[in-house]
Design a binder for this molecule. Structure first.
Ligand code: GDP
Ligand code: GDP
Length: 436
């Protein structure tokens, strides 16, 4: 499930980026005295009482040259889409403004937990200024001072109360979590053993967060990995495995907790319906994916065999066109060494951000060269694109009419992004948004 996400929302100049900096604890976004200054960094990691969470400063999400109210509105929409909890910031010095009320209306409809923070309460005498803000309808307002660092503890106490109960794993951001999924007997356990049997490996199994999962963390060449749910794989009898419902359930749990999913196929037996179903879950969950063809030692081969198998995979798993294919043998360990580099590459791409300015140039150029076809006299216009999150990389494209964004054009934009930036191994998500 990953870390929970907190989004900071509010009209310009209320102090969003000041508070963002306070929460992430480093001065990584640029605070300027004038409103509307573009920030360098708008994502960070916060920690409160040993709970870690992502923080988004939505004020840094540039909406192009949209009118001010529209910009604030769209930033609120993005916050709703991305966040588990929203911090709505207002300015004690200015009272409730109509823009505050606009934002409140949008947040209210979302049903996401909203914590209202009244900023610029720089001393205790000013606390009486918060009462006005009850009228926004989010309950008790929290007085804070971003520039003096006051009131943030109470605010964060309230924020973390609203986090979803099970928020993910006890691992650092740079640990690569992966799992192996596939039908019974394709060789998942053998593969895990082959990987762990490599020299240079330090293994220390620890109990995972879910009751029946045991993770295996290990380090290779300084990079930490965690294989998710290996205990289920190694210790459980084949009785459990053989019921499809159980193995699907287990696969789903493992997928949920992974960055990278290895979809293991049996090279000897070929592709089955069930393989596609299992791979479909990983794709829908937005995980990075590598297709592993195991038991390649047992396949009678000539120089065309690999290419033929690859074509079959591409034909049967069209939705996984981004996934690299690795042929190997857990038994002989042939080409086992190609697996970790593939996992590392996919994981990096899964977590990668591209620069907004470059992304925009690429998207706008592509849209100019290849405009969407007209549909009942209307034509999709692309104004602006921005990457709003990672794992998987997710892009919001602002357009005149989101309904005009057809599947084929979305695919065109996705392929454009793929060609311009290295995104092998990871799915990319595109969201069309209206810009008036
Ligand atoms: P945002 O980017 O619109 O969310 O707001 P900024 O974080 O850029 O802050 C806008 C202005 O308000 C800056 O000049 C900040 O120094 C100032 N500011 C931020 N927090 C406080 C505060 O708690 N008290 C006072 N007095 N000024 C603040
Ligand atoms: P799992 O059910 O997916 O975990 O599969 P296992 O790892 O238990 O393997 C199932 C069977 O396939 C066992 O008999 C393994 O010895 C065999 N097997 C696994 N990997 C290979 C391989 O690379 N080549 C061959 N020839 N057999 C393999």
């Amino acid at each position: 499930m990953g870390m929970p996400t907190v989004a900071i929302v509010g009209r310009p100049n209320v102090g969003k980026s000041t508070i963002f900096n306070r929460i992430v604890g480093e001065r990584i976004s640029i605070v300027e005295d004038e409103p509307g200054v573009t920030r360098d960094r708008i994502y960070g990691t916060g920690e409160w009482l040993t709970t870690y969470f992502h923080v988004i400063d939505t004020g840094g999400i540039d909406i192009g040259d949209a009118p001010f109210l529209e910009e604030v509105r769209q930033q609120a929409e993005i916050a709703i889409e991305e966040a588990d909890v929203i911090i709505f910031i207002v300015n004690s010095r200015e009272g409730v403004t109509s823009a505050d009320e606009e934002v409140a209306k949008i947040l209210f409809r979302s049903k996401k937990p909203v914590v209202l923070a009244v900023n610029k309460v720089d001393n205790p005498e000013m606390r009486s200024q918060i009462y006005d803000f009850y009228s926004l309808g989010f309950g008790e307002p929290f007085p804070i001072s971003g520039s003096h660092g006051l009131g943030l503890g109470d605010l964060l106490d309230e924020v973390i109360k609203h986090f979803p109960a099970d928020h993910g794993d006890p691992y650092d951001e740079d640990v690569i979590k992966f799992s192996l999924i596939g039908r019974p007997n394709v060789g998942k356990s053998s593969l895990v053993n082959a990987l762990l049997g490599e020299e240079r490996v330090i293994v220390s199994p620890i109990a995972g967060t879910t009751r029946d999962a045991v993770d295996t963390p290990y380090i290779v060449d300084g990079q930490e990995y965690v294989i998710i749910d290996t205990a289920g794989m190694r210790k459980r009898g084949k009785v459990y495995e053989s019921t499809e419902k159980y193995s699907v359930l287990r696969a789903l749990k493992a997928i949920e907790r992974s960055d990278v999913v290895l979809v293991v196929l049996d090279g000897e037996e070929g592709i089955r319906e069930q393989d596609k179903r299992i791979a479909g879950y990983a794709h829908e969950a937005g995980r990075a994916i590598i297709i592993v063809v195991n038991k390649w030692d047992a396949v009678e081969k000539d120089e065309k065999t690999m290419r033929n198998f690859e074509e079959k995979i591409r034909d049967q798993f069209q939705f996984l066109d981004y996934a690299p294919i690795v042929f190997l043998s857990a038994k002989t360990k042939k080409r086992i060494g190609t697996l970790l580099p593939a996992i590392q590459m996919a994981s990096e791409n899964h977590a990668r951000r591209v620069q907004s300015s470059v992304l925009n140039e690429v998207i706008l150029d592509a849209a100019a060269m290849n405009p969407a076809p007209a549909d009942k006299g209307k034509r999709l216009k692309v104004y602006y694109a921005t990457q709003v999150s990672v794992k998987p990389p997710t892009f919001v494209v602002f357009v005149n009419e989101p309904e005009l964004m057809h599947f084929s054009y979305e695919r065109f934009l996705r392929n454009t992004i793929r060609q311009a930036f290295e995104f092998e191994g990871t799915p990319l998500k595109i969201i069309a948004r209206k810009r008036k």
